[in-house]
Design a protein around this ligand. Structure first.
Ligand code: NAP
Length: 316
């Protein structure tokens, strides 16, 4: 069994930035990176599914998501972070030190004075043929990240909630036209977002349309949909598809132990403090609003500083 002062769970920008800061504070953090279980779930988090990143400050010539994560990893290792490609199976935060199991042994693998939870969130996916293959090749889950690459193109946004309206409105800056593909005939989005979408000349609606297949070999070449009323199928001629049907925070490890928001995200108060003393949360597991690499990295920095000060206050 290993004891650490800082255990970081997650290896996206939040976890690795926390590791860089905790490492530089000589806290020798252990980072549990996760392990690949599918194309959409792997160490490094959502950025591993992103192609070019042009809005991370300091990289004027864009870099890919995996490159950015490799650099953050290297930087964390340089300051002594112990990075492990494995998963936390169970976390017990009911007593100090916290206990983490990496296997199904009875004894915990790691005890920790503090835990920084940076397990991120997952975009809900449509689960239709072609979707996984063309993710990052014309199919995206983040308009702020990727919209710029679709200048002058026809785009479909799937979903009928506020996220879909927001993504569609943002995408009208670049696209020649945006079609919102919704499975019903009325939107879930708030009135104000609906009105903005209805008022935008570039936005059209495909009502009662269920996505069936993402078409294209190497890049998106269309979206096949079925009319849920008539049963008719048709192809929308789009070269970009944005899936905006919601996100789920990865809270399985802690959801029965701590306060969550009504929408399931970890509730943080000032900075990264949670309802559990010594447990800090950073990145998308506690942020359902901004969800950017840079905001996530910033919150990882905050969590490491909070953990460091907490340890000092406890005399640890
Ligand atoms: P959401 O409100 O849960 O909406 C998800 C949408 O996706 C719904 O329209 C749903 O259809 C559709 N959907 C779900 N699963 C689907 C599937 N398998 N295939 C096709 N469509 C599917 O999620 P959200 O839009 O991400 O918003 C989450 C929360 O954040 C909400 O509380 C929202 O108000 C908030 N938010 C606010 C803003 C803002 O105010 N600017 C921006 C973004 C998000 P149905 O309607 O038929 O269920």
């Amino acid at each position: 069994m290993t004891h650490t002062r800082v255990l970081i769970v997650g290896s996206g920008p939040a976890g690795l930035t926390a590791a860089i800061y905790a490492g530089r504070a000589q806290l020798n953090p252990i980072v549990i990176e996760g392990e690949p279980s599918s194309t959409t779930d792997q160490p490094g988090g959502q950025l591993m599914l992103t192609t070019d990143i042009e809005n991370f400050p300091g990289f004027p010539e864009a870099l890919t998501g995996p490159e950015l994560m490799a650099r953050m990893r290297a930087q964390a290792e340089r300051f002594g972070a112990d990075l492990r490609v494995t998963k936390v199976q169970k976390l017990d935060t009911t007593s100090h030190p916290f206990r983490a199991w990496l296997t199904d042994d009875v004894e915990p693998s790691i005890t920790a004075d503090t835990v920084i939870l940076a397990t991120g969130a997952k975009s809900l996916m449509m689960n239709v043929p072609g979707e996984e293959r063309l993710l990052s090749h014309g199919l995206s889950t983040c308009a702020t990240c990727d919209g710029f690459f679709f200048r002058g193109q026809e785009i479909a946004v799937v979903g009928g909630g506020d996220s879909a309206m927001e993504e569609a409105l943002f995408l009208t800056r670049f696209a020649s036209g945006v079609t919102i593909v919704h499975r019903r005939d009325s939107l879930r989005a708030s009135k104000i977002m609906q009105e903005r979408a209805f008022a935008n000349e570039k936005i059209r609606f495909a009502w009662n349309s269920q996505a069936l297949e993402v078409l294209g070999e190497d890049r998106v070449a269309g979206l096949r949909v079925r009319d849920t009323v008539s049963g008719e199928e048709r192809v929308l001629n789009v070269t970009g598809i944005f899936v905006a049907i919601g996100h789920v925070p990865n809270t399985t490890l802690v959801k029965d132990q701590m306060d969550l928001e009504d929408n399931g995200y970890v509730r943080t108060g000032l900075g990264s403090f949670t309802s559990i003393d010594g447990l800090f949360a950073a990145g998308d597991v506690q942020d359902h609003v901004y969800r950017q690499a840079i905001t996530s990295a910033g919150s990882g920095c905050i969590a490491a500083i909070d953990a460091e000060r907490w340890l000092e206050a406890q005399g640890l």
